[in-house]
Design a protein around this ligand. Sequence first.
Ligand code: GDP
Length: 296
Amino acid sequence: MFGSLSERLSGVFDRLRGRGALTEDDVRQAMREVRIALLEADVALPVVRDFVSKITEKAIGHNVLKSVTPGQQVVKIVYDALVEMLGSDTSDLNLAVNPPAVILMVGLQGSGKTTTSAKLGKKLKEKDHKKVLMASLDVHRPAAQEQLATLGQQADVPTLPIIAGQQPVEIAQRALTSARLQGYDVVILDTAGRLHIDQLLMDEMKAVADSSQPAETLLVVDALAGQDAVNIARSFSEQVDLTGVILTRMDGDARGGAALSMRAVTGKPIKFVGTSEKLDGLSPFHPDRVANRILG
Ligand code: GDP
Protein backbone atom coordinates (compact mmCIF):
# COMPACT_ATOMS: atom_id res chain seq x y z
CA MET A 1 0.00 0.00 0.00
CA PHE A 2 1.30 3.45 -0.97
CA GLY A 3 4.59 1.81 -2.02
CA SER A 4 4.99 3.28 -5.47
CA LEU A 5 3.40 6.63 -4.54
CA SER A 6 5.79 6.93 -1.66
CA GLU A 7 8.75 6.08 -3.87
CA ARG A 8 7.76 8.65 -6.48
CA LEU A 9 7.28 11.40 -3.92
CA SER A 10 10.52 10.69 -2.09
CA GLY A 11 12.33 11.03 -5.41
CA VAL A 12 10.78 14.48 -5.96
CA PHE A 13 11.44 15.67 -2.41
CA ASP A 14 15.00 14.33 -2.20
CA ARG A 15 15.80 16.44 -5.23
CA LEU A 16 14.18 19.51 -3.66
CA ARG A 17 15.92 19.07 -0.33
CA GLY A 18 19.24 18.44 -2.05
CA ARG A 19 19.35 21.99 -3.37
CA GLY A 20 20.35 25.03 -1.34
CA ALA A 21 18.20 27.53 -3.22
CA LEU A 22 14.93 27.00 -5.06
CA THR A 23 13.30 29.05 -7.81
CA GLU A 24 9.60 29.28 -8.47
CA ASP A 25 10.19 27.13 -11.54
CA ASP A 26 11.81 24.38 -9.44
CA VAL A 27 8.74 24.32 -7.21
CA ARG A 28 6.34 24.28 -10.14
CA GLN A 29 8.26 21.42 -11.74
CA ALA A 30 8.18 19.46 -8.46
CA MET A 31 4.45 20.06 -8.13
CA ARG A 32 3.88 18.75 -11.65
CA GLU A 33 5.61 15.56 -10.60
CA VAL A 34 3.53 15.36 -7.40
CA ARG A 35 0.42 15.72 -9.56
CA ILE A 36 1.41 12.83 -11.81
CA ALA A 37 2.35 10.63 -8.84
CA LEU A 38 -1.05 11.21 -7.21
CA LEU A 39 -2.96 10.56 -10.43
CA GLU A 40 -1.02 7.35 -10.97
CA ALA A 41 -1.97 6.29 -7.44
CA ASP A 42 -5.63 6.64 -8.50
CA VAL A 43 -6.42 9.72 -6.46
CA ALA A 44 -9.55 11.39 -7.88
CA LEU A 45 -8.76 14.18 -10.36
CA PRO A 46 -10.62 17.04 -8.62
CA VAL A 47 -8.91 16.09 -5.35
CA VAL A 48 -5.50 16.16 -7.03
CA ARG A 49 -6.18 19.52 -8.68
CA ASP A 50 -7.27 21.10 -5.45
CA PHE A 51 -4.37 19.62 -3.50
CA VAL A 52 -1.69 20.66 -5.98
CA SER A 53 -2.99 24.19 -6.39
CA LYS A 54 -3.11 24.64 -2.62
CA ILE A 55 0.42 23.41 -2.00
CA THR A 56 1.85 25.32 -4.98
CA GLU A 57 0.36 28.56 -3.74
CA LYS A 58 1.76 28.02 -0.26
CA ALA A 59 5.16 26.86 -1.46
CA ILE A 60 5.84 29.82 -3.70
CA GLY A 61 4.42 32.33 -1.22
CA HIS A 62 5.21 32.89 2.45
CA ASN A 63 8.88 33.58 1.77
CA VAL A 64 9.53 29.87 1.58
CA LEU A 65 11.89 30.32 -1.33
CA LYS A 66 13.93 32.95 0.50
CA SER A 67 14.35 30.81 3.59
CA VAL A 68 17.51 28.92 4.52
CA THR A 69 15.98 25.49 3.94
CA PRO A 70 13.36 25.95 1.20
CA GLY A 71 13.26 22.24 0.29
CA GLN A 72 12.46 21.22 3.86
CA GLN A 73 9.74 23.82 4.05
CA VAL A 74 8.10 22.68 0.86
CA VAL A 75 8.08 19.10 2.15
CA LYS A 76 6.49 20.31 5.41
CA ILE A 77 3.79 22.12 3.42
CA VAL A 78 3.04 18.93 1.48
CA TYR A 79 2.98 16.87 4.69
CA ASP A 80 0.49 19.24 6.35
CA ALA A 81 -1.70 19.27 3.25
CA LEU A 82 -1.62 15.46 3.09
CA VAL A 83 -2.76 15.17 6.71
CA GLU A 84 -5.53 17.64 5.94
CA MET A 85 -6.53 15.66 2.84
CA LEU A 86 -6.66 12.46 4.90
CA GLY A 87 -8.75 14.20 7.56
CA SER A 88 -7.01 15.76 10.53
CA ASP A 89 -9.91 15.51 12.94
CA THR A 90 -10.62 12.71 15.38
CA SER A 91 -11.84 9.46 13.95
CA ASP A 92 -13.35 8.01 17.12
CA LEU A 93 -16.82 6.53 16.96
CA ASN A 94 -19.43 8.76 18.50
CA LEU A 95 -21.61 6.44 20.55
CA ALA A 96 -22.52 8.92 23.28
CA VAL A 97 -26.28 8.62 22.87
CA ASN A 98 -29.01 7.02 24.91
CA PRO A 99 -28.27 3.30 24.61
CA PRO A 100 -28.51 1.30 22.53
CA ALA A 101 -26.33 3.27 20.10
CA VAL A 102 -27.00 2.05 16.56
CA ILE A 103 -24.19 1.60 14.06
CA LEU A 104 -25.51 1.22 10.53
CA MET A 105 -23.11 -0.53 8.16
CA VAL A 106 -23.65 0.28 4.47
CA GLY A 107 -21.81 -0.55 1.27
CA LEU A 108 -21.82 -2.68 -1.85
CA GLN A 109 -21.84 -6.46 -1.82
CA GLY A 110 -18.34 -7.85 -1.52
CA SER A 111 -16.91 -4.70 0.05
CA GLY A 112 -16.30 -6.57 3.30
CA LYS A 113 -19.32 -5.19 5.15
CA THR A 114 -20.32 -8.34 7.04
CA THR A 115 -16.75 -9.19 8.04
CA THR A 116 -16.18 -5.60 9.12
CA SER A 117 -19.40 -5.62 11.20
CA ALA A 118 -18.07 -8.63 13.12
CA LYS A 119 -14.62 -7.03 13.45
CA LEU A 120 -16.19 -3.89 14.85
CA GLY A 121 -18.43 -5.87 17.22
CA LYS A 122 -15.40 -7.75 18.53
CA LYS A 123 -13.39 -4.56 18.99
CA LEU A 124 -16.22 -2.76 20.82
CA LYS A 125 -16.71 -5.76 23.08
CA GLU A 126 -13.07 -6.52 23.85
CA LYS A 127 -11.44 -3.10 23.83
CA ASP A 128 -14.29 -0.79 24.81
CA HIS A 129 -16.12 -3.29 27.04
CA LYS A 130 -19.46 -2.64 25.37
CA LYS A 131 -22.32 -5.08 25.29
CA VAL A 132 -22.90 -5.48 21.55
CA LEU A 133 -25.71 -7.08 19.55
CA MET A 134 -25.40 -7.58 15.79
CA ALA A 135 -28.18 -8.11 13.25
CA SER A 136 -28.06 -8.74 9.53
CA LEU A 137 -30.75 -6.95 7.52
CA ASP A 138 -29.70 -8.64 4.29
CA VAL A 139 -32.82 -10.51 3.26
CA HIS A 140 -31.79 -10.57 -0.41
CA ARG A 141 -28.60 -12.62 -0.51
CA PRO A 142 -29.12 -16.24 0.48
CA ALA A 143 -27.35 -17.14 3.72
CA ALA A 144 -26.24 -13.54 4.41
CA GLN A 145 -27.90 -13.61 7.84
CA GLU A 146 -26.30 -16.97 8.62
CA GLN A 147 -22.90 -15.57 7.59
CA LEU A 148 -23.15 -12.84 10.23
CA ALA A 149 -24.32 -15.40 12.81
CA THR A 150 -21.26 -17.57 12.09
CA LEU A 151 -18.89 -14.61 12.29
CA GLY A 152 -20.64 -13.55 15.50
CA GLN A 153 -19.92 -16.95 17.02
CA GLN A 154 -16.26 -16.67 16.01
CA ALA A 155 -16.05 -13.17 17.48
CA ASP A 156 -18.08 -14.18 20.52
CA VAL A 157 -20.55 -11.36 19.84
CA PRO A 158 -24.28 -12.28 19.93
CA THR A 159 -26.44 -11.91 16.86
CA LEU A 160 -30.19 -11.44 16.70
CA PRO A 161 -31.98 -14.78 16.15
CA ILE A 162 -33.07 -15.10 12.51
CA ILE A 163 -36.80 -15.10 11.73
CA ALA A 164 -37.44 -16.06 8.12
CA GLY A 165 -39.60 -13.70 6.07
CA GLN A 166 -39.01 -10.51 8.09
CA GLN A 167 -38.16 -7.34 6.22
CA PRO A 168 -35.16 -5.08 7.01
CA VAL A 169 -37.05 -2.40 8.95
CA GLU A 170 -38.83 -5.07 11.02
CA ILE A 171 -35.54 -6.82 11.79
CA ALA A 172 -33.96 -3.51 12.81
CA GLN A 173 -36.87 -2.76 15.13
CA ARG A 174 -36.71 -6.23 16.64
CA ALA A 175 -32.96 -5.76 17.24
CA LEU A 176 -33.58 -2.42 18.98
CA THR A 177 -36.33 -3.84 21.16
CA SER A 178 -34.19 -6.83 22.16
CA ALA A 179 -31.26 -4.54 22.88
CA ARG A 180 -33.35 -2.28 25.10
CA LEU A 181 -34.85 -5.20 27.01
CA GLN A 182 -31.51 -6.92 27.49
CA GLY A 183 -29.40 -3.86 28.26
CA TYR A 184 -27.16 -3.79 25.20
CA ASP A 185 -24.99 -0.69 24.68
CA VAL A 186 -24.53 -0.99 20.93
CA VAL A 187 -26.48 -2.52 18.03
CA ILE A 188 -24.63 -3.10 14.77
CA LEU A 189 -26.98 -3.33 11.78
CA ASP A 190 -25.43 -4.93 8.71
CA THR A 191 -27.54 -3.73 5.76
CA ALA A 192 -27.93 -5.51 2.43
CA GLY A 193 -25.42 -4.78 -0.29
CA ARG A 194 -25.89 -5.01 -4.03
CA LEU A 195 -23.43 -5.53 -6.83
CA HIS A 196 -24.17 -2.04 -8.10
CA ILE A 197 -25.82 0.98 -6.60
CA ASP A 198 -29.53 1.04 -7.35
CA GLN A 199 -32.48 3.00 -6.06
CA LEU A 200 -34.09 0.04 -4.27
CA LEU A 201 -30.97 -0.46 -2.20
CA MET A 202 -30.82 3.23 -1.33
CA ASP A 203 -34.53 3.37 -0.44
CA GLU A 204 -34.23 0.33 1.80
CA MET A 205 -31.20 1.83 3.53
CA LYS A 206 -32.96 5.16 4.07
CA ALA A 207 -36.02 3.43 5.55
CA VAL A 208 -33.80 1.55 7.99
CA ALA A 209 -31.89 4.73 8.88
CA ASP A 210 -35.15 6.65 9.46
CA SER A 211 -36.51 4.00 11.76
CA SER A 212 -33.35 3.23 13.71
CA GLN A 213 -31.78 6.72 14.02
CA PRO A 214 -28.16 5.52 13.87
CA ALA A 215 -25.47 7.24 15.94
CA GLU A 216 -22.98 6.17 13.27
CA THR A 217 -23.55 5.32 9.61
CA LEU A 218 -20.37 3.80 8.28
CA LEU A 219 -19.69 3.21 4.61
CA VAL A 220 -17.56 0.13 3.97
CA VAL A 221 -15.50 0.43 0.79
CA ASP A 222 -12.90 -1.84 -0.76
CA ALA A 223 -9.62 0.10 -1.07
CA LEU A 224 -8.63 -2.10 -4.01
CA ALA A 225 -11.49 -0.64 -6.05
CA GLY A 226 -9.41 2.53 -6.71
CA GLN A 227 -11.35 5.13 -8.70
CA ASP A 228 -14.52 3.01 -8.39
CA ALA A 229 -14.25 3.24 -4.61
CA VAL A 230 -14.35 7.01 -4.96
CA ASN A 231 -17.45 6.92 -7.18
CA ILE A 232 -19.21 4.49 -4.83
CA ALA A 233 -18.43 6.73 -1.86
CA ARG A 234 -19.73 9.78 -3.70
CA SER A 235 -23.04 8.07 -4.53
CA PHE A 236 -23.60 6.79 -1.02
CA SER A 237 -22.72 10.11 0.58
CA GLU A 238 -25.24 11.88 -1.64
CA GLN A 239 -28.02 9.56 -0.48
CA VAL A 240 -27.40 8.87 3.20
CA ASP A 241 -25.98 10.88 6.08
CA LEU A 242 -22.70 9.07 6.48
CA THR A 243 -20.64 9.69 9.60
CA GLY A 244 -17.53 7.89 8.46
CA VAL A 245 -15.83 5.47 6.12
CA ILE A 246 -14.12 2.13 6.68
CA LEU A 247 -11.66 1.12 3.98
CA THR A 248 -11.14 -2.62 3.71
CA ARG A 249 -8.30 -4.59 2.14
CA MET A 250 -5.65 -2.06 3.06
CA ASP A 251 -3.42 -5.12 3.41
CA GLY A 252 -3.67 -5.59 -0.37
CA ASP A 253 -1.67 -3.74 -2.99
CA ALA A 254 -4.07 -0.82 -3.46
CA ARG A 255 -2.28 2.23 -4.77
CA GLY A 256 -3.74 4.53 -2.17
CA GLY A 257 -6.09 6.63 -4.27
CA ALA A 258 -9.19 5.58 -2.35
CA ALA A 259 -7.64 6.44 1.01
CA LEU A 260 -6.47 9.80 -0.23
CA SER A 261 -9.72 10.80 -1.94
CA MET A 262 -12.31 9.61 0.58
CA ARG A 263 -12.31 12.60 2.87
CA ALA A 264 -12.54 15.17 0.08
CA VAL A 265 -15.26 13.26 -1.77
CA THR A 266 -17.54 12.36 1.17
CA GLY A 267 -16.62 15.12 3.63
CA LYS A 268 -16.36 12.36 6.25
CA PRO A 269 -13.33 10.86 7.94
CA ILE A 270 -11.97 7.39 7.42
CA LYS A 271 -12.52 5.87 10.86
CA PHE A 272 -11.01 2.42 10.46
CA VAL A 273 -9.14 0.32 7.95
CA GLY A 274 -9.36 -3.41 7.37
CA THR A 275 -5.95 -5.01 7.48
CA SER A 276 -6.66 -8.73 7.08
CA GLU A 277 -9.40 -11.29 6.64
CA LYS A 278 -9.17 -12.19 10.31
CA LEU A 279 -11.57 -10.74 12.86
CA ASP A 280 -8.86 -8.76 14.62
CA GLY A 281 -7.82 -7.14 11.32
CA LEU A 282 -9.32 -3.72 11.98
CA SER A 283 -7.23 -0.67 12.90
CA PRO A 284 -8.09 2.95 13.66
CA PHE A 285 -7.06 5.29 10.87
CA HIS A 286 -4.31 7.77 11.74
CA PRO A 287 -3.89 10.46 9.05
CA ASP A 288 -0.53 11.64 10.42
CA ARG A 289 0.96 8.13 10.40
CA VAL A 290 -0.29 7.52 6.88
CA ALA A 291 1.13 10.87 5.70
CA ASN A 292 4.46 9.91 7.29
CA ARG A 293 4.40 6.58 5.53
CA ILE A 294 3.63 8.19 2.18
CA LEU A 295 6.40 10.77 2.54
CA GLY A 296 8.84 8.12 3.74
P1 GDP B 1 -19.89 -8.21 2.10
O1 GDP B 1 -20.53 -8.86 0.91
O2 GDP B 1 -19.68 -6.73 1.86
O3 GDP B 1 -20.59 -8.47 3.38
O4 GDP B 1 -18.41 -8.80 2.18
P2 GDP B 1 -17.80 -9.93 3.13
O5 GDP B 1 -17.74 -9.44 4.54
O6 GDP B 1 -18.49 -11.22 2.87
O7 GDP B 1 -16.30 -9.94 2.60
C1 GDP B 1 -15.94 -10.36 1.31
C2 GDP B 1 -14.53 -10.99 1.37
O8 GDP B 1 -13.56 -10.00 1.69
C3 GDP B 1 -14.40 -12.05 2.44
O9 GDP B 1 -13.64 -13.13 1.91
C4 GDP B 1 -13.62 -11.36 3.56
O10 GDP B 1 -12.88 -12.26 4.33
C5 GDP B 1 -12.74 -10.43 2.77
N1 GDP B 1 -12.30 -9.24 3.53
C6 GDP B 1 -13.07 -8.34 4.19
N2 GDP B 1 -12.31 -7.36 4.74
C7 GDP B 1 -11.02 -7.64 4.41
C8 GDP B 1 -9.76 -6.99 4.67
O11 GDP B 1 -9.65 -5.93 5.31
N3 GDP B 1 -8.64 -7.59 4.17
C9 GDP B 1 -8.71 -8.76 3.44
N4 GDP B 1 -7.58 -9.26 2.98
N5 GDP B 1 -9.88 -9.38 3.16
C10 GDP B 1 -11.02 -8.84 3.64
